[in-house]
Design a protein around this ligand. Structure first.
Ligand SMILES: *Cc1c(COP(=O)(O)O)cnc(C)c1O
Ligand code: SF4
Length: 355
């Protein structure tokens, strides 16, 4: 494997996504950074690839595109050509509906700014702290609840990363460090290993959790070096991936099984999204498929009221109804916990069922 020692920020594209040779080289590319560099960055290019007409594409100056389109090719390969309603496409294609103004949908629905104690730290819950490691993701999910988050203020210098570690060191109630982002697996393996070294050096930390969508959207991100580093850790390591639909998992995702076999706990969190997975058989297919890769469902989040995401919204009642049916057809361990996050609450709120 080619080692790049750069430690900061996402890889810039070196190949234009409209370049006709990009597709061919992507299938040959083994290195996740090369694959990432060849991601689609325009709706034109993605729709063309899927054989779809380009009507409805937003003008380049549309406010929704302040959060630009970004779709890695392995993720696009899970989409069905010619289907404008493809559930994967729907998660990543900017739509005019994002521009609708609705006062109930706001930029910081979880009031995270208040828990952002210092750059790189979000400390909301007891015993565990979120460390914001990178500002970038490998995919831009249109429903993202952090799409308006002040990532620029959380882009960490080396100094600030050390200060974030100091914050954790000084609070011995913190048992678990959760690497989040952006997407923490946007860090190169060596930078990630250095960060884990730092966390392992804090005696009261016993658990490391990594929340990442990269293993789903670019399965090649699960490198042997990553598996090795995680399984070598003195910490109890948990990786929480993020898949919303069974079509996001393919034979290329066998790396998830390798993680599982190496002793890493792999869990999945999903968001319940209108027009993507608000359907009984889609949700049960997802749980069943996850388990074939050694992954257990963790949370099914009801979407937050984030500005620009109204068209994905599923109400508590709709969510509860689906959930009740889901419980009937899956073994208990394959049923994720249906939760909604309520600002100020000390944990993610389970959506109780009335029967
Ligand atoms: C979701 C979240 C966590 C983790 O919560 P769990 O219920 O332990 O999965 C921790 N910190 C913050 C800020 C979070 O948003
Ligand atoms: S990968 Fe996660 S943080 Fe990044 S855009 Fe998607 S949902 Fe948001």
């Amino acid at each position: 494997m080619r080692i790049i020692t750069r430690t900061e920020a996402p890889v810039e594209p070196t190949v234009s996504s409209t370049c006709s040779t990009a597709t061919a080289s992507y299938h040959e590319a083994q290195d996740w950074r090369q694959i990432l560099a060849q991601s689609f960055r325009s709706a034109d290019a993605l729709l063309g690839y899927l054989g779809l007409p380009d009507d409805g594409i937003l003008a380049p100056d549309h406010p929704a595109l302040a959060f630009p389109l970004l779709v890695p090719r392995p993720y696009a390969d899970g989409m069905t050509r010619g289907n404008p309603n493809d559930p994967l496409l729907r998660q990543v294609l900017p739509l005019a509906a994002e521009g609708l103004d609705d006062p109930a949908f706001v930029t910081d629905p979880l009031a995270e700014a208040a828990s952002n104690q210092q750059p790189g730290i979000l400390h909301k819950y007891q015993g565990r702290v979120l460390m914001l490691t990178t500002t970038g993701c490998a995919v831009n999910c249109r429903y993202c609840f952090r799409r308006h988050f002040a990532y620029e203020d959380n882009r960490l210098s080396r100094e600030q990363r050390l200060q974030a570690l100091d914050y954790i060191r000084q609070d011995d109630s913190i048992q678990e460090v959760i690497l989040s982002g952006g997407d923490p697996l946007m860090l190169q393996d060596d930078a990630l290993a250095t960060l884990i070294d730092g966390i392992e050096g804090i005696p009261h930390v016993t658990r490391l959790r990594i929340h990442s969508r990269l293993p789903v959207v670019i399965p090649q991100r699960i490198t042997s070096a990553l598996i090795q580093r995680l399984s070598d850790s003195r910490l109890n390591v948990c990786l929480v991936i993020h898949a919303n639909h069974a079509a996001e998992l393919t034979p290329a995702h066998e790396g998830l099984n390798r993680l599982h076999k190496a002793g890493i706990h792999v869990l999945n969190q999903s968001v319940l999204l209108k027009g993507v997975n608000d359907d009984l058989s889609i949700l049960s297919d997802l749980s069943n498929k996850l388990f074939t890769f050694g992954v257990l469902p963790y949370y099914l989040h009801l979407p937050d009221n984030v500005a620009g995401t109204q068209h994905y919204f599923v109400s508590d009642d709709e969510g509860r109804m689906l959930y009740r049916e889901l419980r009937k057809i899956l073994p208990g361990y394959l049923v994720p916990q249906l939760v909604r996050e309520i600002p100020g609450a000390p944990y993610k709120q389970p959506m109780m069922m009335s029967c």
